[in-house]
Design a protein around this ligand. Structure first.
Ligand code: 13P
Ligand code: SF4
Length: 309
């Protein structure tokens, strides 16, 4: 509509004026994805934030994403449309409790999912994302114990894949936890020939039945190259926008959620509206800044991930 068009026009102008780059995650609303310079999974967005030559990074995602961009780029202005858009998975791992957890296994190496706070990253040896978790764990010698957090589903997935035990923090993402096989099975049965594709943040019972498991970018690529015509997609449905854009002839069906679960969309990601995106560029607020000693500590584990993947 006219209002959207006007927002987009002003955002495009500001982008030039400010020498800004807009990064957006696949779970944001379609109109935000469409105005972004780069839409990607967590790893691609962290890499883009690391390598950009823009003066300003505008991050449409959840807080840990803007925070990671700021950790990688202390000299750039990092803005978010809404700095209250947190990730409940990241927030399910309080620093003091995690420290106490670590103290139980003093010899263990700590690998944390990028969906974590800067404080947890500072407590970690290596960061990973859903697209490189397996590759990173594979590089750790067999005799080393590993603490993995905060997502127990991604951790469990890597454990089964590599046939290797890890000590898991019991966090989960409410969006992905809402899918289970009992309910998703009916959708698979209703669409003969459809493939079930799932994010590794999903529960084990669902992953066991998936035809393909991958990060958001991994799911997108798979949906593009597979010869199937129909896909049941078990992740946040924001990804369907790009799937349909890339493969308009194929059918993408969001996996149904369990009736007992309140959400299978990420309400925090959806807080990034086009209007807030424009306002944050106009006002250069809210800025994401990480205190320097914390930033240095968190940067080490992020750098290690970037070197290892
Ligand atoms: P990826 O895009 O890296 O797969 O991450 C999914 C997610 O839940 C982001 O919060
Ligand atoms: Fe966090 Fe889940 Fe939302 Fe991703 S989808 S930002 S993991 S709550």
């Amino acid at each position: 509509d006219a209002r959207t068009k006007e927002f987009v026009r002003r955002i495009e102008n500001l982008k030039q004026e400010m020498r800004a780059i807009i990064l957006a995650h696949y779970y944001t609303v379609p109109e935000v994805q469409d105005v972004a310079d780069i839409v990607g999974d967590s790893l691609a967005l962290a890499r883009a934030a690391e390598s950009t030559e823009a003066d300003v990074i505008v991050f449409a995602g959840v807080y840990f994403m803007g925070e990671t961009a700021s950790i990688l780029n202390p000299d750039k202005l990092v803005l978010m449309p809404d700095d209250h858009a947190g990730c409940p998975l990241a927030d399910s791992c309080p620093t003091e409790e995690f420290r106490a957890f670590k103290r139980q296994y003093p010899d263990a190496l700590v690998i944390s999912y990028i969906n974590s706070t800067a404080e947890i990253k500072a407590e970690s040896d290596i960061i990973c994302t859903s697209s490189n978790a397996e590759r990173i764990v594979r590089q750790v010698s067999e005799d080393k114990r590993i603490i993995f957090g905060p997502d127990r589903n991604l951790g469990g997935y890597v454990m089964r894949k590599l046939n290797r035990k890890m000590i898991l923090w019991q966090g989960y993402c409410y969006v992905h936890e809402a899918f289970n096989w009992e309910v998703v099975k009916s959708a698979v049965e209703a669409h003969p020939g459809a493939e079930l594709i799932a994010h590794p943040e999903c529960r084990e019972d669902l992953l066991q039945h998936a035809d393909f498991i991958g990060s958001t970018s991994g799911l997108l690529e798979y949906a593009g190259r597979s010869s199937s015509e129909t896909f049941i997609v078990a992740t946040e449905p924001g990804i369907l926008h790009e799937m349909r854009k890339r493969s308009p002839q194929k059918t993408f069906i969001p996996a149904p959620k369990d009736a007992s679960q309140p959400w299978s969309t990420c309400t925090q990601m959806k807080q990034n509206t086009l209007e807030k995106l424009l306002r944050c560029m106009e006002s250069r607020q809210p800025q994401i800044v990480v205190e320097e000693s914390l930033r240095q500590a968190a940067l080490k584990s992020i750098r290690r991930m970037l070197e290892m993947s």
